[in-house]
Design a protein around this ligand. Structure first.
Ligand code: URA
Ligand code: SF4
Length: 198
């Protein structure tokens, strides 16, 4: 896929490549700085996102904005936010592997165009799809992975954190790890831990 931004946006807006198109209200392409160093990837639109056409605008989105603020980032400023699937799955079920696979070329092209320095996978669906292997969040967090050569760290999904306040400290540790990793990437210091090849 070699589309530029306008072509890519138009293609997603009219996409019917998987069954999720049938019940969506709006496609949720992604939002932010198209040259961002930071890319946050979630699972897929919920009800609020489906209504508004923008990622992470509901309760989980508020928490994501707070997480960004905690590491001195702001939506749209050096940050891009996208999802594995661009259309809402009915009842907020997880996207099926076939649906994620059908939608993957769009996220992949977004990543090619943005060229982020670091990807943060929010939750298991994002992590498993980006890393193309099954694994638990517990086993993936705290280490540096990569998506097609781009460093990637894994943390909990904000919607999960809203239900499991006890894991907020771990998410904070993950964000600190991400900040340290970004610093290392910018100063050319050796990566703090081994890259996991996918
Ligand atoms: N959850 C996600 O994974 N993505 C959104 O855009 C909103 C909620
Ligand atoms: Fe197309 Fe992705 Fe929406 Fe499926 S989820 S219809 S592949 S844009």
């Amino acid at each position: 896929m070699r589309m530029d931004w306008p072509e890519l946006k138009a293609k997603v807006a009219s996409c019917v490549d998987c069954p999720l198109h049938a019940k969506r209200n709006k496609t949720v392409f992604g939002v932010g700085d198209e040259n961002a160093n930071w890319l946050f990837v979630g699972e897929g639109p919920g009800a609020d996102e489906d209504a508004q056409g923008e990622p992470f605008v509901g309760q989980a989105g508020k928490l994501l904005d707070n997480m960004l603020a905690a590491i001195k980032l702001k939506r749209g400023h050096n940050v891009y936010i996208a999802n594995v699937v661009k259309c809402r799955a009915p009842g907020n079920r997880n996207p099926q592997p076939e649906e994620a696979l059908a939608c993957e070329p769009y996220l992949h092209r977004q990543i090619e165009l943005i060229k982020p320095r670091l990807i943060i996978a929010l939750g298991k669906v994002a992590a498993v799809n980006l890393l193309a292997r099954e694994a638990s969040i517990a086993s993936l967090r705290g280490r540096l992975h990569q998506y097609r050569g781009i460093p990637l760290v894994v943390t909990y999904h904000p919607a999960y954190l809203l239900r499991s306040l006890g894991d907020k400290a771990k998410a904070w540790a993950d964000l600190c790890f991400a900040v340290d990793t970004m610093k290392d990437l910018q100063t050319g210091a050796p990566a703090p831990t081994l890259y996991e090849n996918v």
